[in-house]
Design a protein around this ligand. Structure first.
Ligand SMILES: Cc1ncc(C[n+]2csc(CCOP(=O)(O)OP(=O)(O)O)c2C)c(N)n1
Ligand SMILES: [Mg+2]
Length: 333
């Protein structure tokens, strides 16, 4: 695995803090009704992304996830201003403002969504990996899902075929403890979700999802296995979300004390503690990072605010790829 150097720690701190503050801003503008529809935030789960990005080859590897999907594309290189604009429904957004919160997508950056049907992305991720194997490319697809999604039948159908066809895919469950208001304990007789892969003889195991180093190590092993022809892996990231399932969640299913317990092992604080302990940065340097993050969030907000809503005809442009499709002459004028 690439060494976890001082530079990596500083990048992790800046990236994770930016993702956290970017989403805090989204929560604020959502309350002002500038962003509408559903809004599912990633606060608390950032180490799962930071560690994975460290282990990936960002020139060729792919990623697909569910609807908690605003910061992953940013990590893969998508302009955060365009992600913010997408959430605002503006024409400068990643999908011209037509997708919104649950459907961030960038083919250019190999980020394939953004899926609202729980478990719907699991077979799609295997399909991306099938394409790579079929065409002889050495890319690996990271297929993310929530703990609730592992209770879907599509997981088992996909695991079976992914093993049969030895696909270059890593399945990752982000076990944040809850599927909406339903705890993992209430959805199965055991809580070790990683064991679901044992029946398929798929390599699998649990990972401390609050620590980016642990995530990177496990992801590195899984990605290299897939890239070298060793087939799929299933990793259970033990993590936690601080905010509700979506913005409209009264959170009656858990206590404030439980949330506070997890904040004690917050991934950003863990990284900052190492930076301070190893003297990787002075207080002034840390303050400069914090300021850069604040400035970039502001820039994203201003970009989204100042962008125009999409032209209505864009609906036709993005639905039909055939230029002379008979319906197109009926475009709105
Ligand atoms: C097929 C399907 N059933 C139900 C829903 C409603 N629903 C949306 S999110 C969700 C919970 C999923 O929880 P989990 O997979 O743990 O992901 P998390 O939200 O914790 O990231 C449910 C039941 C849906 N979107 N799709
Ligand atoms: Mg969950």
């Amino acid at each position: 695995m690439k060494k976890v150097t001082k530079e990596v720690y500083l990048k992790w701190y800046e990236d994770m803090l930016f993702w956290r503050k970017f989403e805090d801003k989204l929560a604020a503008v959502y309350i002002q009704q500038k962003v509408r529809g559903f809004l599912h935030l990633y606060n608390g789960q950032e180490a799962v992304l930071a560690g994975a990005l460290h282990a990936m080859d960002l020139t060729k590897d792919r990623m697909i996830t569910a609807y908690r999907n605003h910061v992953q594309p940013i990590g893969m290189g998508v302009d955060p201003r365009r992600v913010m604009a997408e959430l605002y429904g503006k024409g400068t957004g990643t999908s011209f403002g037509l997708g919104g919160s649950m459907h961030i997508f960038s083919k250019e950056h190999r980020f394939y969504g953004g899926h609202g049907i729980v478990g719907g992305q699991i077979p799609l991720g295997a399909g991306l990996a099938f394409g790579d194997k079929y065409f002889g490319r050495d890319s690996v697809t990271l297929t993310y899902m929530g703990d609730g999604a592992t209770r879907q039948g599509s997981l088992h159908e996909t695991f079976n075929l992914a093993m049969l066809w030895n696909l270059p895919v890593v399945f990752i469950v982000e076990n944040n403890g809850y599927a909406m208001g339903t705890s993992v304990q209430r959805t199965a007789n055991h809580t070790d979700i990683w064991k679901l892969a044992l029946g398929y003889e798929m390599p699998c195991g649990p990972v401390d999802g609050m620590n980016p180093v642990k995530v990177a190590e496990a992801m590195h092993e899984a990605i290299e296995r897939a890239r070298s022809g060793g087939g799929p892996t299933f990793l259970e990231m033990k993590t936690y979300r601080y905010r509700g399932h979506s913005m409209s969640d009264a959170q009656h299913y858990r206590t404030k004390e439980e949330v506070e317990e997890y904040k004690k092992i917050d991934p950003i604080t863990q990284v900052l503690d190492v930076i301070k302990e190893k003297k990787y940065a002075t207080d002034t340097e840390i303050e400069a990072i914090n300021q850069r993050v604040t400035d970039l969030v502001k820039e994203c907000e201003e970009f989204a605010e100042n962008s125009a809503y999409p032209d209505k005809n864009v609906m036709y442009d993005v639905v039909y790829s055939q230029e002379n499709y008979p319906f197109l002459p009926h475009k709105l004028s």
